[in-house]
Design a protein around this ligand. Structure first.
Ligand code: GLN
Length: 187
């Protein structure tokens, strides 16, 4: 049976565990570097990217995460998880895994649009996906290996680069498991 790990340092990892359960895979909460080798795919949840990054640094996870992703581990980051995967953020300095060749703008939709929902056209899905954005980032700049799967107002909000999938929104919150299913198809 496919084993999917969810990085469980901070943020909404429980919602990811639940939606993965609905896909009939076995799930593991990941907190230690040695667990990365025991799963077939990894989810990095939303939350606060600075907090998750600090904790990952403290637990010695940043390098092992980068290595396992660069060696081909299918990995899906949502919101703060997308930020952690990125190579750079537009402002400030924070620990990043840096495996995904994008520049990300945190809290990009501004105060007016802190939280919003939108029906998105997502490359690879037949019907629109109801997406929930919460203090979401967008992709400001992407490298040539990065495929854009969805946009909001011309800003990429879902991307794929080889074994890495990332979304600015929270597909774990709406009970629609099609995007998690995309991750499983990468295993
Ligand atoms: N704004 C958060 C950050 O910058 C991300 C929000 C989220 O994951 N819902 O880390």
């Amino acid at each position: 049976m496919t084993r999917v790990g969810v990085l469980a340092l901070q943020g909404d990892f429980r919602e990811h565990l639940n939606i993965l359960d609905s896909l009939g895979v076995s799930t593991v909460t990941v907190k230690k570097p040695e667990q990365l080798g025991e799963v077939d795919a990894l989810v990095i949840p939303g939350g606060e990217s600075t907090t998750i990054g600090k904790m990952a640094t403290r637990f010695g996870l940043i390098e092992p995460l980068r290595e396992s992703i660069e060696s081909g581990q299918p990995t899906f980051g949502t919101c703060a998880g997308m930020i952690l995967l990125a190579g750079a953020v537009t402002e400030g300095d924070q620990p990043l895994i840096g495996a995904l060749d994008v520049l990300v703008r945190r809290n990009a939709f501004g105060r007016q649009n802190e939280s919003f929902e939108a029906d998105l056209d997502v490359e690879g899905l037949d019907e629109t996906f109801h997406a929930v954005f919460i203090r979401a980032p967008w992709v400001e700049k992407a490298g040539s290996d990065v495929e854009v799967l969805a946009n909001v107002a011309d800003h990429p909000v879902m991307v794929r680069q080889g074994n890495i999938l990332a979304s600015s929104f929270h597909p774990e919150l709406t009970g629609d498991n099609r995007i998690h299913h995309m991750l499983l198809e990468m295993v």
